[in-house]
Design a protein around this ligand. Sequence first.
Ligand code: ZN
Length: 257
Amino acid sequence: MNLNKPQSNRPNNNLLRRLSEPDFALIAPHLTYEEANPDDLLYNPGDDVDTVHFPCDASLASYLVPNEDGRDVETVLVGREGAVGGIVSLGYLPAYTRISVKFGGYFIRLPVSKLDAAKTASVTLRNVFARYADCVMAQMFQSTACNAIHSIEQRTAKWIISAMERTGDANVVPLTHEQLATLLGVGRSYTSRVIQIFKAEQILETRRGSIVIRDPERLRLRSCLCNESVKRHFEEVLRGVYPNAAATPEPLGSQPL
Ligand SMILES: [Zn+2]
């Protein structure tokens, strides 16, 4: 695929689609495709961050914080609304968290040095990434509050919805109990108990390695409103970039912010 084609043929990543034609042209020659599998590791803490990875279509990456007891806890999911690695920093700074692939598929890679050069060359491109960084911070603040005050059941519903919004087939989410337990930072037995409750209420079913959502509306009622708060912030700051948002992303500069 020619990455210099007009916007409609750009990789299916909303952040890349949000860039104006001249801004996209600055980075297009440096973009490469990569296929990633679930659980592929993109960064370990301390690694030099030299590449930005943009999840495309239903691909999903996640930030995991390793803990002293050996467990990783996931903090933020990043789908086609964003990118991981070197978004905020200028230069080769070490990664703080582990970043891994949650749902496999295709990603676009961009060397951090090329992104930094484009940010220096274009204020509007820099603005898009600064706004995205602000949205990631909002996700992290919300995640901290969510982990502190919302129940396991509310958080389970939230993560399933969050994953659902980023997959192509909105009702099938390739999440295992194990992965959900990591997202929640709890033991597998707690997760299984919540899943059993949702199954008994016919909100969802489980298949091997995936969750089938039967009643999305009731699942939303069981969720806390953390996703909605983050989504609202995305809509304020980067309209049309959050998956499932009503509007398709328009290049910055073509619409009021
Ligand atoms: Zn919450």
